[in-house]
Design a protein around this ligand. Sequence first.
Ligand code: COA
Length: 391
Amino acid sequence: MSSNSSFGIHDLSFATTEYVLSHEALAAYNGTEIGKYHIGIGQRSMSVPAADEDIVTLGATAAAPIIARHGSDRIRTVVFATESSIDQAKSAGVYVHSLLGLSSACRVVELKQACYGATAALQFAIGLVRRDPDQQVLVIASDVSRYELDSPGEATQGAAAVAMLVAADPALVRIENPSGLFTADVMDFWRPNYLTTALVDGQESVQAYLQAVASSWKDYGEQGGRALEEFAAFCYHQPFTKMAYKAHHHLLHHTGHETDKAAIEKAIGQTVAYNATIGNSYTASVYLALAALLDQADDLTDQPIGFLSYGSGSVAEFFAGTVAPGYREHLRTEANLAAIARREPVDHARYRELHERSFPSDGGEHLTPRQTTGPFRLAGLSGHKRIYQTR
Ligand code: COA
C-alpha cells in the first residue's frame, strides 16, 4: 500500500420515512408560536415512520442503492449504528444483511453510543479497510427519534437512515487521520431499557454538546489537525439545526475568531437543508449534513470539511475529510430530494396515533397495516420475532 493511499466514504445514500408532520401542524396543536420552531430551533418538519417501518426497513432502503451500484462482492463487514435498537442481542444489521442478500462470508455488528455511533462505525471501518484495501465496509446509521408526546423534545423528533460504503480511494470524501476525541460521563440524554421514548435534559444537552465541541477541537489541534481557517464547511451533529449554528458560534468564539453571522452562515448554511425537514435522525444526522452540503455546494474538490460528531452521555469526535476530485458524478442528489419529497403529510391526529403504536409483548401474532410504499416493510411480530418483507 502506498503511503498516500486514501480511505473514506466511497458512496452515500439515505432513506427517510413514509410520512411527515409539519411544525405548523404541531404548533397549531400545542399553541407554540411557530417562530420558536422555524427560527428558535431551526426545524420545518419531522419524518414520521409508518406502522410498518423501523430502523431495519430504513437501513435496508438506504443501503440497497449502494449494493445496486457497486455490488457486494467486496463487502465483508456491515456495521449498523443506532440508538433506537429493536433488540438487546441481535444486531439490526443481520436483518439488513438478509434483506439485501449479502454473502454469508460477512461479519455484522451493531454499535451504540447515542448519536456518535455512526462515527465510531466509520472510523472502525477505515481501520478494517486500511488493513485490507480490497475489502469494503457497509456502514449503516439508522434511527427513529422518539420523545414523549407533549414534551419539549417532541419538536426535535425525526427518522432516517444513511448508508455509506467505506473503501480505499473513495469517490466522495477522504477521511484524514487526526481525530480530536472527548468523553465525559454526563446525563444529558438517555433511554433506559424499559422506556420507548428518550429522556432529555434539553438545556444540559446543549451545554454538554458545546463543551464537547471545544474539548474535541482542542484535542484535534494537539493531534496535529488543521487550522480552523482551512475548512470550507463544517458538518455538525444536528439534533435540531439551530444547534449547528450554536456550535459553530461557540467554536469561533472559543478559538478567538470573529463570530460574524455571514461567516457562520457560509460554514454551516448548506449543511442544514435535509435535517431541517427530516428532524433528528440521531446517528445519521451528521452524515445527512454531509449529503446536503455535497448536493448543494459549488465545487468542493480537494476542500477540507470539518466534522463534529456528538453523542449524548457523552462522546464527541472532531475530524476532517477532503472532497475527492470527480465527486459530483457520484452524488445521489435527485434520489435524496425524492426521498424527502415522497413523504406523505399527516395531520396531528394521525401522527399521534402512529406515535402511540407499540407491539403487544404477549408473543402473539401481530400484523402491521400496509402503509409504506418503500421497498422493505415490517410485516409484523410473531412469537416475539420481527417479520420483514421485500415488496
Ligand atoms: N421566535 C423565535 N425564536 C424563539 C421564539 C419565537 N417566537 N420562541 C422561542 N424562541 C427561541 C428561544 O429563544 C430559544 O433560542 P436560544 O436557544 O437561541 O435561546 C429557542 O427558541 C428554543 O427555546 P427554548 O425555550 O429553549 O425551548 P425548549 O425549552 O422547548 O427546548 C430544546 C428546546 C431543543 C432544548 C428541546 O426541544 C429539547 O430538549 N430537544 C432535545 C434536544 C436533544 O435532542 N438533545 C440531545 C442530543 S444533543
